[in-house]
Design a protein around this ligand. Structure first.
Ligand code: NAP
Length: 266
């Protein structure tokens, strides 16, 4: 069965990676892309049969079964605002990170009529890492093991800490029966004082061409455990997003996770 796909954020780094892979995938038909129109850019560029503005995307969405979004929170919010009704009965895969509360609210609303899968990371390895972090946090007591999460990404990334780092932080908090918001501490500087036990430290490095690196440190007095993942390139995420798109097509409206796609649930 072939899935009819549309990509939003089509001209970005991830959008282009998805288009390149979709072109070579026999189970996916790439109908077109949605992106801000730039003067002088060929609408057929980047492997898309057609490239349209958000305002003109109605017919393209109507013809699709699945939409993959790798754009920006404000763009996704506009997409949902303009085309939320059209997405009814279809599937939406969201890879965009740094979502604000308004965007989350719109996604929750969309789930009442659309199958929605939101993932901060589409790689098998990271999704396994999230699960391992939850298990480790359950076993390694907060009194004895301090958790610090360190991530690195290319210098053009818009949000910090990364969505994946936040998902790892949530997994650690969950493993300890707490909420991340109450324990999270982003960076330290100056006279930061003694570290409260239970705190979850988050640190973001930015630079070069790093596709994505995450390390969860469990720091004890006598031993330290480090769980980590390194992505070699963006194709990894694009491939996972296409896998999610194929899995999600035709599902009932509601919210789904990458752990379900990968059969990684506890
Ligand atoms: N879930 C995952 O596995 C995963 C992996 C990698 C990245 N991501 C996330 O996916 C999103 C896109 O990443 P990317 O590296 O492809 O970014 P990018 O290269 O900046 O591409 C973003 C796309 O969205 C469009 N856009 C519209 N409004 C925008 C705005 N206000 N700010 C920035 N872009 C805007 C851009 O259009 P123009 O080209 O006209 O600017 C472009 O088409 C980010 O949220 C990133 O964190 C997720």
């Amino acid at each position: 069965v072939t899935v009819k796909l549309v990509v939003s954020g089509a001209t970005g780094r991830m959008g282009r990676a998805v288009a390149a892979l979709a072109g070579a995938e026999e189970h996916v038909t790439l109908l077109g892309g949605i992106a801000p129109r730039e003067p002088g850019v060929d609408p057929g560029s980047g492997g898309y049969p057609t490239l349209v503005d958000l305002e003109d995307a109605g017919a393209l969405i109507d013809a699709s079964q699945v939409l993959i979004d790798f754009s920006a929170p404000d763009y996704l919010a506009r997409l949902l605002g303009l085309h939320g009704d059209r997405l009814g009965g279809r599937a939406l895969v969201v890879g965009t990170t740094g979502l604000d509360s308004e965007c989350r609210r719109l996604l929750e609303e969309a789930q009442t009529r659309t199958a929605v899968l939101t993932a901060a990371n589409f790689s098998v390895g990271v999704n396994l890492l999230v699960r391992l972090a939850r298990i480790a946090a359950r076993v390694l007591d907060a009194q004895d093991f301090d958790v610090e999460i360190v991530e690195a990404h290319h210098g053009r990334k818009e949000d910090a800490p990364s969505g994946t780092a936040l998902a790892l932080g949530e997994a650690v908090a969950e493993g300890r029966g707490a909420a991340l918001a109450a324990l999270r501490r982003d960076g330290r500087s100056g006279r930061s004082g003694p570290r409260p036990s239970g705190e979850i430290g988050m640190h973001a490095l930015r630079g070069g061409g790093v596709a994505g690196e995450h390390i969860v440190h469990f720091l004890g007095e006598r031993e330290q455990i480090r769980l980590g993942h390194t992505a070699a390139g963006r194709d990894l995420f694009a491939e996972g997003a296409l896998r999610a798109a194929r899995w999600l097509a035709g599902r009932e409206p509601g919210g789904y996770t990458m752990a379900q796609v990968l059969d990684l649930e506890d």
